[in-house]
Design a binder for this molecule. Structure first.
Ligand SMILES: [Zn+2]
Ligand SMILES: [Zn+2]
Length: 501
């Protein structure tokens, strides 16, 4: 077919371009969540709730949302709790609005600035932001305090401290991990500020058509916070959450701001799922305790619910007959790590150790056997259609909190528990390698040794190869803070010994 020449040809090409753009506009406007092919049935005794952390109201200097607007948006998106974290104040704890409102649990926290060092040139503190979750209110002054001091104050009041947007380019985490219970694995604003114009412009153009799709486009790469989270997890057991950092407005000039993104689009995009010890009681104090309990134990994962319903997701470690949930700290030994997500088209599971991929599986589950130590976490991704015709990328769907293999000291620091490498030749493996869905109990890789026994090592002692065999003693000096079950073979003596809880 000929398009003719000259102005006719230009008009025809322009009409074709308009048609293509119109077709993409309609297609983008229609994009919604993927129906999971096989949603996971709720397991007996599992109390899973969805909530959003790090939300600002008008009680923050840069927030514009009213509390009622937040409750409405949360209820419509199926969000069960919202942690409000105002800048340097306890917001609704002061105004008496904390508690259950129209089926949504509103909790008060505080996003405090830390003072981790001092810049003599500007005469100002240099620090990051920490979310103080849980305490109804701290009476001590919070200014000019290091992150560790703020975390300790919060802990003493019965709350938990989480590093906010740890990888943010303007306000990264600058303190140590001491006293922290967790950190944001993803902050919307870190992802937004890390985008180039090639992604910001299409995202803003798509926002009026399909706000949730635009938000997903902005968070297509989980961004710098996840890398910072992985680095912190090598030193301390941390729970991972998603941080909205929702303000309901964005500054465009010094004096003007626009209402973007809306609370509704935040709440529909993603949430943090928590696995509680029991169902909500509809009593503020009891339910706050349930939430903080799950957060302190690492029973949390972040999910883009706007892509597909992630409810029922599980990441566990099996040692002999005992299943250990996400967030566990386990001594180094033979174990089976297992990931199970709802089946969704194109799902892919990636298992990471200390931030580096060690295995992946196409599908919604992965089984991996290991004797290595480190912080293991997993990501599940889904295919995602970009606004550009025919261009697909993978979008993170689920980010788990880690399972830790190693020793944890009394103050929560992690230490390596490397046993003799000769006994466990996994080091010859060349990860990452694909893992198909294997039956439990079968080795996943030729490198994997059979699992006859396991081995653990006292964190305070040197590895086997560096101490003379005549000085080896039974394992009675193993760390008293180790959490494990069952029995194992001591690395050094070969004696079978009951491990500690
Ligand atoms: Zn902040
Ligand atoms: Zn904030």
């Amino acid at each position: 077919m000929s398009l003719g020449t000259g102005p006719r040809r230009i008009r025809a090409l322009a009409a074709l371009a308009v048609l293509v753009v119109a077709w993409r506009v309609v297609a983008i406007a229609r994009i919604g969540p993927v129906e999971a092919l096989r949603p996971l049935a709720p397991a007996a005794g599992r109390h899973e709730v969805r909530g959003v952390f790090h939300v600002h109201t008008r009680l923050s200097h840069d927030g514009r949302a009213e509390v009622g607007e937040i409750v409405d948006a949360a209820r419509q998106a199926g969000i069960e709790f919202v942690y409000l974290t105002e800048h340097n104040n306890f917001g609704i704890a002061d105004t008496g609005q904390e508690g259950w409102k129209d089926g949504v649990l509103l909790l008060s926290g505080n996003e405090a600035g830390t003072c981790d060092s001092f810049d003599p040139r500007t005469n100002q503190c240099v620090g990051g932001h920490v979310l103080l979750l849980g305490p109804p209110k701290l009476t001590e002054p919070l200014t000019n305090k290091k992150s560790e001091e703020l975390a300790e104050l919060t802990g003493r009041a019965g709350g938990l401290a989480f590093a906010a947007h740890p990888g943010n380019r303007r306000v990264p985490w600058r303190g140590g991990e001491g006293g922290l219970a967790g950190a944001e694995m993803l902050s919307f604003w870190s992802a937004y500020e890390d985008l180039g114009w090639t992604r910001i412009v299409p995202a803003l153009a798509c926002y009026p058509l399909n706000a949730t799709y635009a938000m997903n486009l902005i968070t297509l790469s989980a961004g710098p916070d996840l890398a910072a989270f992985d680095a912190m997890c090598r030193r301390r057991r941390l729970t991972g959450i998603a941080g909205a950092d929702a303000h309901a407005n964005i500054k465009v000039t010094q004096s003007r701001s626009v209402a973007f993104p809306s609370m509704s689009s935040f709440f529909r995009m993603m949430s943090t799922h928590l696995l509680l010890d029991g169902p909500f009681t509809r009593q503020l104090d009891a339910d706050r305790k349930l939430l903080l309990g799950a957060l302190s134990k690492g029973r949390a994962y972040a999910a883009w619910d706007s892509l597909a319903d992630a409810s029922g997701f599980a990441f566990t470690a099996q040692i002999r007959d005992t299943i250990h949930p996400m967030g566990s700290v386990l001594p180094r030994q033979w174990m089976t790590l297992r990931v199970t997500a709802p089946e969704a088209p194109g799902a892919r599971v990636t298992l990471l150790r200390d931030g580096a991929p060690v295995a992946f599986a196409d599908g919604a589950s992965l089984v991996y056997q290991t004797t290595a130590d480190g912080a293991f976490r997993c990501e599940v991704s889904l295919p995602f259609a970009t606004p550009f015709l025919g261009l697909q990328e993978r979008h993170p769907w689920i980010l788990s909190s880690p399972i830790y293999v190693g020793d944890e000291t009394e103050d929560g620091e992690l230490q390596s528990t490397d046993c003799s490498p000769l006994a466990f030749p996994l080091s010859v493996c060349n990860p990452p390698f694909p893992v198909s869905n294997l039956k439990p109990g079968k080795p996943t890789h030729p490198c994997a040794p059979p699992p006859p026994d396991f081995c653990f090592w006292s964190s305070s002692e040197p590895p086997l190869s560096s101490i003379p065999s005549s000085s080896l003693t039974p394992s009675s000096t193993s760390s008293p803070t180790r959490r494990s079950t069952g029995t194992g073979r001591d690395c050094r003596t070969g004696a079978t010994t009951a491990s500690r809880r």
